[in-house]
Design a protein around this ligand. Structure first.
Ligand SMILES: Cc1cc2nc3c(=O)[nH]c(=O)nc-3n(C[C@H](O)[C@H](O)[C@H](O)COP(=O)(O)O)c2cc1C
Length: 268
């Protein structure tokens, strides 16, 4: 008997089995899984461009929010166009035109061996740090610098928190801080998103008159005083410590300090 006839025999024998037989049950289960996974894969591929657009939109909304420019119903793209994105070299604190600022991917850069460094001293627990980041400059009607929005990230208790800090043009006064991505516990570490806690950052200062970095996020105010202190999150000591460490890391010498010195010297 030919192989084709043998196969026909197998198919016929399979079709003749009772509906609730084990081979038919397994066959149906496998087919359901296959068809289901094809739908999920097709949806994931088809929706990826929309996800990318939404991610970009969310980032822009967060930058607008931290700079106090977001209102419900605002045209995000139009409002965001007020910002001048510039790629900043952290070590020199100077802008570079080596990359296109509109499309530079800070997060991809921090895992690129060519563009990032492995950290020995790593209080923010990020492992590697990109040598380049995107800064967002906001200018007033006269073209003078009004605010600068800088990205920062670091580990909390369960997750890396990604956010932005908005500074006044003097490079020392904080206008706002907010995180746009993290996986801390709702009601505990996730209270970093609570508008009441976020509002505590407005008007705080990074460094004292001697240029010493004093900002802290702790339960009790440090000797430097309330101007440099943001209250800890209740019941979330570990997330708070993460935020304290990441803010101090990014605002310190390994982070934006060279850029902030240039800002204060009026070189931007
Ligand atoms: C399920 C669960 C989730 C928690 N999530 C967080 C969190 O997101 N951030 C945090 O700092 N602590 C979290 N904690 C609490 C910490 O384990 C720890 O008790 C807390 O940080 C101590 O804060 P306190 O000294 O302010 O009470 C969580 C605890 C449990 C049991």
């Amino acid at each position: 008997m030919s192989e084709v006839n043998e196969n026909k025999g197998m198919i016929r024998r399979f079709l003749d089995l009772p509906t609730d037989s084990l081979p038919k049950t397994i066959f149906v289960a496998v087919m359901v899984c296959l068809v289901g996974s094809m739908f999920v894969s097709a949806a994931a591929v088809a929706l990826r461009p929309i996800q990318e657009v939404n991610k970009l939109l969310d980032k822009q909304v967060n930058i607008l929010q931290v700079a106090g420019l977001y209102e419900d119903g605002v045209d995000v793209a139009e409002a965001f166009a007020q910002f001048e994105p510039r790629v900043l070299e952290l070590a020199t604190g100077e802008f570079t035109d080596q990359f296109d600022a509109a499309s530079f991917d800070d997060r991809a850069a921090s895992s690129d061996p060519e563009l990032s460094i492995a950290l020995d001293d790593d209080p923010a627990s990020i492992g590697r740090q990109s040598r380049f980041v995107t800064a967002y400059l906001l200018r007033d009607a006269n073209g003078d610098l009004d605010k600068v929005v800088l990205p920062l990230h670091g580990y909390g208790l369960w997750s890396t928190l990604y956010g932005f800090i908005a500074l006044e043009a003097n490079g020392n006064d904080i206008f706002g801080l907010q995180f746009y991505e993290h996986a801390e516990t709702p009601g505990l570490g996730a209270e970093v998103d609570n508008p009441r806690w976020k509002s505590l950052w407005a008007g705080k200062r990074l460094a004292d008159e001697d240029g010493v970095l004093q900002i802290s996020v702790t339960k009790t105010a440090p000797a430097a005083g309330a101007d440099y202190h943001v209250d800890a999150l209740a019941g979330a000591t570990l997330t708070t410590a993460g935020v304290h460490n990441l803010v101090r890391f990014w605002m310190g010498e390994a982070g934006y300090a060279p850029f902030l010195a240039n800002l204060q010297a009026g070189d931007i």
